[in-house]
Design a binder for this molecule. Sequence first.
Ligand code: SF4
Length: 108
Amino acid sequence: MSKLDEKLDRRSFVKTAAMAVAGLSVASTVQARSFVPFEDEKHVSEYESNKVLIDTLKYVDVSEKADQNCLNCQFYVNPKDGKGKCQLIPKGLVLDAGHCISWAKKVS
Ligand code: SF4
């Protein structure tokens, strides 16, 4: 492979990666806006279809990490009265004080 081919490959990789990141960002925004009001929704554990997912995420209602909880996680939206939506769990609500292995610091 010539140096020119390598440069083109690298360029196309960087371009593809940038497009993928942009796509994820748009998808995440669209998903966050598509949530309906949640006043009537139950806790995530009350939906049978969530069981495997919340087990996999190791979700707990009370975080054991002092500086990490759902309230300061980037996947948490629409907090109200101590609970809100996790963008990774399709049904139900998690608690402000909750936590899981996918926690990621909220970017403001
Ligand atoms: S991803 Fe974030 S908001 Fe969702 S359960 Fe985990 S810590 Fe909470």
